[in-house]
Design a protein around this ligand. Structure first.
Ligand code: C2E
Ligand code: MG
Ligand code: MG
Length: 746
């Protein structure tokens, strides 16, 4: 059973017992013995007594006049009258308290009334025992007897009512009975003691005092009561003020504590914020340092960091020659093409993929860095021999050249790798990197993929640098000149025109062949100004020659255009300019583009050639058969002429072997509606074969070697038979400076 139910049940039992007591008292009440005094007592109990309860300051004691009333009624009118007064007084007291806001729970008022009723009934029982049984003869006129009996009655009433109240409390909250009684109920003893005293005093006055004494005593009592009540009220007010002050102080302290807590909170928040800001600062500092030393695209070390590491390693190697290392310089081949054709986003992704592949192929203690657009460098630690470095480089090469697909494009990355071994002669990172770069350039030139640096490479490189510098001034110094090689019609021997071939007569080293200096010119970008000069010079020359006679009016000059120049839109202006200054018919200028240059970026070539065609110039695909043309592109390229590479002509044997290739190329050209030129005709056999295969034009030493301007002009006036009549060279011996002069090979 729940505690609440037990509490309710016990209250009900008490209420029932109290009701029985009340009914019993009412039934046995001696009504005739009651007088006006009893009525006054009842009125006093209903109206006055509840309002006269005095609560002692800071104590649970309360002095109630109810007990005095009950005991006085007891002495004067007997137990039953006291029981009824108890019921009346307790009820009105409870109702009064409730009207003042005291919170009475369910059944609390009737159970309180019942407890007091039972206590008064018990008191009546004790009185009955004492007075009616005859064991003790009581004489209430005697003060001692009166005090004794009042003491007994008050004690009984106190014990019964306090115990019952304690029992209720215990049933409600399950606490210890003794503790509960001591704590909550003992205090009511004061009320009973004072009540008994008052009752005795009033009883004595009513019964044994005269009116004057009673009046004086009553007045004194009222005055004392009022005084006492006032001083208690004052004390209570003072206490209230103190308590209010204490409460305010406590409130202030609480506020202060809250403020302090709030302040502490704010402080910890701002400390946390400061810590966060510090963290962010430290992070941005780290990021900044990272950015200063790393490449933002690939996350690899940058040139600066690479240089720092290399500098330390060079210093270490000088002290301890066992701390060997190798430096690899890697350059992605044709990366510009990837960027130009697929866009920079794809280009960036290609670089990122390449970087990841490099890292994957290396030991964790090796270092990879991006040191330029498409240039990477690697330090292989602990590797002394170039052989081992070559092995690693080959592994890297194999891995990096694995094709992959990116946004639907199949991409193959190719690299050139140069290797420079550590050497005590190096003092700075730039020196060893430069040598690795030299080796890389050599690999690029030789189309090898990988090359190891040697001292010879360096002198070759230095020579190259020297030539590059000299080439810059070659035009101004008049060291460059054009030689012209005739091109004739193979069917009737008619002179069609010339191919302009560049010659460099170096002031110190003599004649330098074009296949040696043209690549330098291309790498350094000098090829563009040089070609501008060639275009103007060749066109001017042609204009003059065309005027020699009517038969030369439609002579054509072929100018070789480098792949580097072809990718530059300025070429259009350069050609237009040459045509303008020379005033030749555009169709008498032919531009030769090698097959490999045309196929490097076929889409761009198509666009460029179409633009050139609009100007009216002729176009020729040079060295055909060496550049792996895609047929699908070939028919879209607006070439007028196809020039068979001389290696195919050369390979034709005395008995006409390998003629099939020539046949195939000539048929292909015809199908593509192009005229065919064969270059490198050296023998009559080759000439005869080409004629029989229906090749349109020919060029070669058999017909004429390239010659200088004056010699060529002389030939124009001589009007020789260009087609040989017999085995012997019918023309004056030609002097190709390139072939005959001492050539500086580097
Ligand atoms: P190319 O355009 O194929 O020029 C033909 C080359 O074949 C010339 O070499 C010429 O002298 C050579 N040749 C002609 N007939 C014969 C022959 O019967 N037998 C042999 N063995 N060779 C013959 P050259 O003048 O040394 O030029 C070499 C290459 O250098 C040219 O090949 C061309 O690609 C390039 N080149 C020459 N001049 C220029 C120029 O002004 N600009 C550009 N961009 N390249 C040029
Ligand atoms: Mg050519
Ligand atoms: Mg050629």
């Amino acid at each position: 059973m729940s505690a609440e139910r037990v509490s309710s049940l016990s209250k009900a039992i008490f209420i029932a017992a109290g009701s029985i007591c009340f009914v019993g008292a009412f039934a046995t009440l001696n009504f005739p013995a009651l007088d006006l005094g009893y009525l006054l007592l009842l009125c006093f109990g209903i109206l006055v007594a509840p309002r006269m309860t005095l609560t002692l300051p800071r104590s649970k004691f309360a002095i109630s006049f109810a007990d005095a009333l009950v005991l006085l009624t007891f002495l004067r009118y007997g137990g039953q009258a006291a029981i009824i007064l108890t019921v009346v007084e307790t009820s009105s007291n409870c109702l009064y308290l409730r009207s003042r806001g005291f919170p009475f729970g369910r059944l609390m008022i009737p159970s309180n009334v019942a407890i007091n009723t039972i206590a008064t009934t018990a008191t009546f029982g004790v009185w009955f025992l004492i007075s009616q049984t005859g064991y003790v003869s009581l004489d209430l006129t005697k003060t001692q007897h009166l005090i004794t009996i009042l003491g007994c009655l008050a004690m009984t009433q106190f014990l019964i009512s306090s115990l019952a109240a304690a029992v209720f409390q215990v049933l409600k909250d399950g606490q210890n009975l003794w503790e509960t009684w001591k704590k909550d109920c003992f205090s009511s003893s004061m009320s009973h003691i004072v009540g008994a005293g008052l009752a005795g005093m009033v009883y004595k006055l009513i019964n044994y005092g005269d009116v004057v004494t009673a009046s004086i005593a009553a007045t004194a009592l009222i005055v004392a009561f009022l005084n006492y009540r006032q001083s208690i009220a004052e004390i209570n007010t003072a206490i209230g003020q103190v308590e209010e002050a204490e409460r305010q102080k406590a409130e202030m302290e609480r506020n202060r504590r809250l403020e302090a807590e709030e302040f502490a909170n704010q402080l910890s928040i701002s400390l946390a914020k400061e810590e966060q800001a510090n963290k962010a600062l430290r992070k941005s500092e780290r990021d900044f340092q990272h950015a200063a030393l790393h490449d933002s695209l690939t996350g690899l070390a940058n040139r600066k960091q690479f240089g720092d590491v290399l500098r330390r390693m060079i210093a270490e190697y000088k002290i301890d020659s066992s701390s060997e290392f190798q430096v690899l310089f890697l350059d992605i081949r044709s990366f510009k093409n990837i960027n130009d054709t697929l866009g920079h986003t794809i280009g960036d992704k290609v670089l990122t993929i390449a970087a990841k592949r490099f890292v994957r192929m290396l030991d964790p203690h090796d270092i990879v860095a991006r040191i330029g657009g498409d240039e990477f460098a690697i330090v292989l630690r602990g590797i002394g021999s170039s052989g081992k470095a070559l092995k690693v480089a080959r592994r890297i090469y194999q891995n990096i050249t694995q094709p992959f697909s990116l946004s639907g494009n199949h991409i193959t990355v190719d690299v050139n790798i140069g290797i420079a071994p550590c050497d005590a002669e190096y003092d700075t990172p730039e020196e060893i990197l430069r040598d690795a770069d030299i080796a890389m350039h050599y690999a690029k030139e030789k189309n090898n993929g990988i090359a190891v640096f040697t001292k010879e490479l360096r002198s070759r490189f230095l020579e190259r640098v020297r030539f590059e510098m000299d080439l810059r001034h070659a035009i101004d110094r008049g060291e460059l000149a054009l030689h012209y090689q005739p091109i004739i019609s193979l069917s009737d021997g008619r002179l069609i025109g010339f191919e302009a071939l560049l010659r460099w007569h170096h002031s110190e080293f003599g004649m330098i062949p074009p296949n040696k200096f043209i690549p330098i010119a291309e790498d350094s970008g000098l090829i563009k100004p040089i070609t501008v000069w060639i275009l103007e010079d060749a066109c001017r020359q042609l204009a003059r020659w065309q005027k020699i006679s009517n038969e030369y009016e439609s002579l054509v000059v072929s100018v070789n255009i480098s792949g580097k120049h072809l990718s530059d839109n300025d070429l259009i202006d350069d050609v237009e300019n040459a045509l303008q200054v020379s005033r030749i018919d555009p169709s008498t200028l032919k531009l030769e583009v090698t097959e490999s240059a045309a196929m490097e970026n076929p889409e761009h070539t198509i666009g460029m050639l179409n633009e050139l065609k609009k100007i009216g110039v002729q176009l020729s695909i040079d060295d055909f058969g060496t550049g792996y043309s895609s047929l699908s592109y070939l028919h879209r390229l607006p070439f007028d002429t196809l020039k068979i590479d001389r290696s195919f002509v050369y390979s034709v044997g005395e008995g006409g072997e390998n003629a099939e290739i020539l046949q195939t190329i000539i048929s292909l050209a015809k199908n593509l509606k192009m005229r065919v030129v064969a270059e490198g005709i050296e023998t009559e056999n080759q000439l005869g074969l080409l004629q029989s295969l229906g090749c349109d034009y020919g060029q070669g030493f058999l017909i004429a070697k390239p010659k200088g301007r004056e010699e060529t002009e002389r030939l124009l006036y001589q009007r020789p038979e260009w087609l040989p009549q017999d085995q012997s060279d019918r023309f004056e011996p030609v002097h190709d400076h390139v072939a005959e002069e001492q050539i500086h090979v580097f």
